[in-house]
Ligand binder design. Structure first.
Ligand SMILES: [Zn+2]
Ligand SMILES: [Zn+2]
Length: 201
């Protein structure tokens, strides 16, 4: 009875029971921070501002920082054909569209409704930027210090061979298939970056 009466309170009432914790959808924006194409860049900025203005947490995926996002997006849009342009917006698994669609939703006052049930932005997300990454959403990889390479010690082999390996490897990434020498760092992307652990959890 008590629970029921609580649920009947208006949603704005401070004692209103929250809906049972379930996986909330997330607003995901694939965009670019490169200014190469002005419209793409401006549209990218636009959708991020509008979506944040709707009070939801925005999972920002900058394809210019991480080619993995590009692959991800290709798969998500797979079969649509005609290539893809940026930005692209998803709410959970649902494809929303690009800047035009977001602009329309916003102008028609439908955006708040569309993002209903999505993760809300935390209060401190409002103005301040992320201390760890400065809102770049990426930080240098700690495993390799951003070099994308880690050096594995050779185990009791002749020194001469090791020197050859090192010289031969100069500028040629991934040529060494062995278990030692320079190997591609497994933790980071092609730019020696990892997603910011503070704001991209
Ligand atoms: Zn790394
Ligand atoms: Zn961050």
């Amino acid at each position: 009875m008590f629970r029921k009466s609580m649920q009947e309170l208006s949603p704005s009432h401070p004692y209103h029971l929250k809906k049972p914790a379930k996986e909330k959808d997330r607003v995901i924006v694939y965009f670019t921070s490169l200014r190469g194409v002005r419209k793409t860049y401006e549209d990218s900025c636009y959708v991020r501002v509008i979506l944040k203005g709707a009070g939801v947490r925005v999972d920002e995926r900058d394809v210019s920082m991480h080619s993995g996002f590009k692959e991800e997006l290709k798969q998500l849009l797979g079969g649509c054909g005609g290539g893809f342009s940026l930005p692209r917006v998803f709410i959970g698994k649902k494809y929303i569209g690009g800047a035009e669609e977001v602009r329309r939703l916003h102008e028609e006052g439908q955006l708040e409704k569309a993002v209903e049930g999505c993760e809300q932005a935390e209060a401190e997300d409002g103005g301040g930027s992320c201390e760890a990454c400065g809102d770049i959403r990426f930080v240098p990889c700690e495993t390799c210090n951003g070099s994308c390479k880690i050096y594995y010690e050779e185990e009791e082999e002749e020194d001469e061979e090791l020197e050859d390996e090192e010289e031969g490897l100069e500028g040629e990434e991934g040529i060494n298939g062995g278990d030692y020498g320079f190997q591609r760092c497994p933790d980071c992307n092609e730019n020696g970056l990892i997603r910011c652990p503070i704001c991209c959890y």
